[in-house]
Design a protein around this ligand. Structure first.
Ligand SMILES: Cc1cc2nc3c(=O)[nH]c(=O)nc-3n(C[C@H](O)[C@H](O)[C@H](O)COP(=O)(O)OP(=O)(O)OC[C@H]3O[C@@H](n4cnc5c(N)ncnc54)[C@H](O)[C@@H]3O)c2cc1C
Length: 431
């Protein structure tokens, strides 16, 4: 039996077959459903296709063309962001948008229209996709861009793999001087203080993100540390990077994140001194601190974990306070609690998650019904205040919450490939 695990490791997926797609792939088994997978860094059931055919894109790993003068890169969809960075950074280019891990494929980045720490300034990954090719089960390859087959273009960006398989992508890159980032850290006392600080720092800074102490309560609710970053100017001496990665070696029976370890970590992390002056660092620890410990997802034990990521419109910051309050009371949650505001630049992706507002992401060890009850109570707040849950992280949201969060859903449904489906889609809409 073939088994696959997504990043949250809640349960294994059992596809009937795993295939290696190519430009002349034929969709023969019409009684089965198809779905592409990238590097399985989505957390829930979005890249699962139980009893269907999984198209493993990891062998679509060729660079096609790199226009070094203009920063335009054409490549196959299974190339990892890490491989792109290794190629382009020494040539003075960078990914214009990157999520918190470089171990994802370009196809996965398009299919979830991923966002990064600069969303408030530049929007999401799809904003920098010039064009791509999409193979659908009618056997045709569609050239898609803002001008060509634009309905497939906008349905596929953020389209959760449901519109077909992306074969090749043409990306516009960002010019940089070198691999260094200038970063600065600021502590904030609570959510109100975060909002004040953010209003000021977001205007000035390219990259912003905040860690919050998800156990803090009362007047300290939402306290944390705010980080900003800029690509460095010309430098004579560049910061080095320690390339030694560690691997979390085993999957413990129980989650190692519990009330005690979390309280100790959060208190120590919040109270540790932060440098008053800006620091110069390599981009790797700035953008990808978690990638340093390979397989860190095993820390949550055999039952796995969920990530809960929601966005709430800016006007509803009271709703975010209530979300934080419920998480704090639950005593659950993780040391990786991230708060960030999204700006108003949209890629146009019909199902894209980022939209203006306050976004919160944090991990929860799978404690069965108590975790699910907590999510349901958070979902109610998201629903009432016009927010949305991110499909890349989701394994539990209801159809009602999903439909309310994605107003272009009915338009999107027209472009779903009739032979493509996923566990996520069947969870929401049945067969
Ligand atoms: C540590 C960590 C940090 C993260 N930080 C962020 C973040 O900051 N911002 C953010 O937005 N996300 C973040 N993510 C989520 C991650 O960026 C997305 O889930 C991404 O889509 C995963 O890409 P993947 O290649 O692993 O795809 P998979 O997880 O394998 O698949 C994800 C989806 O993409 C589809 N897909 C993959 N390849 C193709 C293709 N070639 N054609 C069509 N569809 C395809 C699949 O069908 C599936 O629906 C993070 C994840 C982790 C583990």
């Amino acid at each position: 039996m073939i088994e696959q695990y997504s990043w949250g490791r809640i349960k294994a997926s059992k596809p009937a077959q795993i295939d290696f797609p190519s430009a002349n792939y034929s969709f023969l088994q019409r009684e089965l459903q198809y779905l592409a997978k990238g590097n399985l860094r989505s957390y829930g059931d979005e890249a699962y296709n139980d009893n269907g055919i999984i198209l493993n894109t990891l062998h679509l790993d060729h660079f096609i063309h790199f226009d070094r003068a203009n920063g335009v890169l054409e490549l196959e969809s299974g190339v990892l962001l890490e491989q792109i960075l290794n190629l382009i950074v020494p040539c003075g280019w960078f990914l214009p948008v990157t999520p918190g891990t470089k171990y994802i494929t370009v196809g996965g980045a398009v299919a979830n229209d991923v966002h990064g720490k600069n969303h408030h300034k530049v929007g999401s990954f799809g904003c920098f996709v010039d064009s791509f090719t999409l193979l659908r089960s009618d056997g045709l390859i569609y050239q898609c861009s803002r001008e060509l087959n634009s309905h497939y273009f906008y349905a596929t960006i953020g389209g959760m793999g449901l519109t077909g398989i992306i074969l090749r992508v043409k990306l516009n890159l960002l010019t940089v001087n070198n691999h260094a980032i200038v970063t600065k850290a600021y502590k904030f006392r609570n959510l109100e203080h975060y909002m004040e600080l953010n209003a000021e720092l977001e205007r000035q800074s390219t990259y912003t993100v905040a860690w919050i102490d998800c156990l803090a309560s009362g007047r300290s609710l939402g306290r944390g540390v705010y980080y900003t970053g800029e690509h460095a100017g010309y430098l004579e001496r560049l910061p080095a990077i320690n390339y030694n990665k560690r691997t979390f070696p085993f999957t413990p029976t129980k989650s190692l994140i519990n009330g005690l370890t979390l309280k100790a970590f959060n208190t120590l992390y919040y109270n540790r001194p932060v440098a008053k002056s800006p620091q110069l660092v390599h981009y790797d620890p700035f953008f990808y601190p978690l990638d340093k410990l390979l397989n860190w997802n095993r820390i949550y034990g055999r039952k796995g974990f969920y990530q809960y990521q929601c966005v709430i419109p800016n006007a509803a910051s009271d709703a975010m306070r209530e979300i934080l309050r419920r998480i704090s009371i639950s005593g659950n949650g993780s040391f990786l609690a991230v708060l960030k505001t999204f700006g108003s630049i949209s890629s146009g992706g019909m199902m894209s998650f980022p939209r203006p507002g306050l976004a919160l992401a944090l991990d929860f060890a799978n404690r069965g019904n108590s975790t699910l009850d907590l999510f349901r109570s958070l979902d109610d707040i998201v629903l009432t205040h016009g927010g949305a849950i991110y499909a890349a992280k989701d394994a539990t949201q209801s159809r009602e919450v999903f439909e309310a969060g994605y107003p272009q859903l009915n338009e999107f449904i027209k472009y779903i490939d009739p032979l493509f489906s996923s566990n996520l889609w069947r969870r929401l809409y049945g067969n």
